[in-house]
Design a protein around this ligand. Sequence first.
Ligand code: BGC
Length: 764
Amino acid sequence: MKKVLLTLTALCTLTGLLAQPKLTKDNIDEVLAAMTLQEKATLLVGGARAAIVNGVTSGVAAEVPGAAGNTRPIERLGITGSVLADGPAGLRINPTRANDSKTYYATGFPVGTLLASSWDTEMVEEMTQAMGNEVLEYGVDVLLAPGMNIHRNPLCGRNFEYFSEDPLLSGKMAAAYVRGIQRNGVGTSIKHYALNNQETNRSENDARVSQRALREIYLKNFEIAVKESDPWTVMSSYNQLNGEYTQQKFDLLTTVLRDEWGFKGIVMTDWGNKAGTVKSAKAGNDLMEPGNQNEIDRIIAGVEDGTISREELDRNVRNMLEYIVRTPHFKHYKYSNKPDLKAHAAVARKAAGEAIVLLRNENKTLPLAGGEKVALYGVSSVDFVAGGTGSGNVNKAYVVTMEEAMTKAGFQLDPKLAAFYREHKAYDKATRELTAGTGWSTWGGSKLAETVIPAPAINQEAKDNDVAVVVIGRNAGEGADRRMMDDFELTAVERALLQNVSAAYHALGKKVVVILNIGGVIETNSWKNLVDAILLPWSPGQEGANAVADILLGKINPSGKLPMTFPINFMDHPSSANFPYNYTGQPNRRGVRTPLKDIDYTDYAEGIWVGYRHFVTRGVEVSYPFGFGLSYTTFTYSKPAVKAVADGFEATVTVTNSGSVAGREVVELYVSAPAGGLEKPTRELKAFAKTKLLAPGESQVLTMKVSAYELASFNEAASAWETAAGPYTLGFGASATDIRTTALFKLKAAQKWPVHNVLAPETK
Ligand code: BGC
């Protein structure tokens, strides 16, 4: 039998070699037929030309140094190679090259969480259009972005790359992001599909999730992105899902993604070589990244021993060929290596300005008048966190710090304090250079620790200045989760700083403003009342500090709103009971041991009760609710109008600026389902819209459309999406707990959309 197979293979190879068509977008079948088994296997495996393993570049020199990976060319058939690079806060490539005096910086745009805080899909699309231009002009074919895992828990180390705790907001943001990038004729890779909701042991962790939570929370955002933006590629995650690696799960990669949602692009693995290459290919992974020779050999062996059929192989190869013909490399695009970084810096600044969230503003502390004497506290004022670490880091030419931005904005910064922090930064940099290695933890830089300012000094500064601005910073990134202590919670030094500054300035009737330069949610409830104003710019990119200064001055009126809940206590999140919140390091993968809870497996025991779905439904008090954000003006909402349309309803509400300065408002449409049937959250976000800049007294009609399918919940027993008939309450909110006006929509007949009964947890 084996002999016959070998002869067959040899024959195929021979016919393959005889036929030499050159690939065009119209002869994919012909090229496929001409390919040898070796060539087919080669096309399914990346070339590792620029693999980054734990921050270190390895492999053959890349055409675009610092790009994460590539696909291999097959010159005989005119199959060009392609280049893949991270994402998501901009293009991650090396800024300098050997024997080349030119630089290759990319723009550091705001992180995903800040983009989601804008609730402005048009702005995101515009911004990523500029980002995509850098992808194209630096010779890259696919940006490995956006990152879109759900913020299941505040401590996931990569939350900053991701959008939200809510699947609708996350899905809409991802779709806008993808459309903007792909308008340049380059691709995206929505990632990490799916359930990469923790970094601890991310390549092995088994996420154990119910079918309902999967469908409604963790896959829903991917479903929206696939259906609304046609991403060229999807990146399967490292972790397991209900007992099997996601990259080897046919039901996830083919049944749901392709058969149910209609995905037409390629699926690539995240950057890990798992031994089960053949299983991955069978499951619907078209491309193994970063790729190595073993994987090519395994695929060939798999075909020869029948583990993977020729039809399965050809399905993947065809997907790859269809991908290749879309790429700039295939079209021989002459990239310039000269994107307009200046113009893009302005785009990044504008994006941050539309998204920064004002959390607190007692007695109209902000905006400041301008020109004040400011005592600027916190090491992050000189060591500003523009983005996170790991593959989400961007090699940008510069990062504007709060010190620079505020000085430029005309504030008079306390010179002694500024000098102190700058010295501290220089000292820390010098000691770090002496002691640090080049490993993972320094990939993209880490954060300075806060330093003590003695209380007597603070008392003096309070006398010398008009106002205090305190910057609290956090940095996180790929490969590790954040911790509950000294990260979610303030450190003792930070707490003392806030207490001492507030006491000293308030004693003299002066104000204290806090800027949260963070990548993930921190504890705010215990200290927020100490201070007068809190601004949340997250990690807003290289120009973000300028946007913060614009808001401090009132040049921009903040209009961002939270894409997740700020709880009072970390443990208030139901997922916290099943999250490695104080685990340090990574487990030894090779050791044989009893599987560890939250490390080797994670029970998503909270089911669909993620974020506000839990807090609102169960009436758990929070520090700041989902969807919350203040403005320098106020808005009123008219009585809404609702009309039934063919497949759902259309609601309109008129928003009027009732205050005295121009501003923008986000309206969040929450829907409460009729009683009976499946247990549902009190309300769920089903649509949102943002006004243009409204002058005082000006109004705008916002229209939001929701289909019956979008109202559905997942019934595991029937393996179907179901929308019950009856009255739906539509709540038009300024946050999840601030519903300004409501309306009723009556759905006449129940509707049902059966889907495959797949991805169920293992029964043990
Ligand atoms: C990350 C991906 C990234 C890839 C390539 C992986 O470790 O999880 O998000 O795109 O590396 O750098």
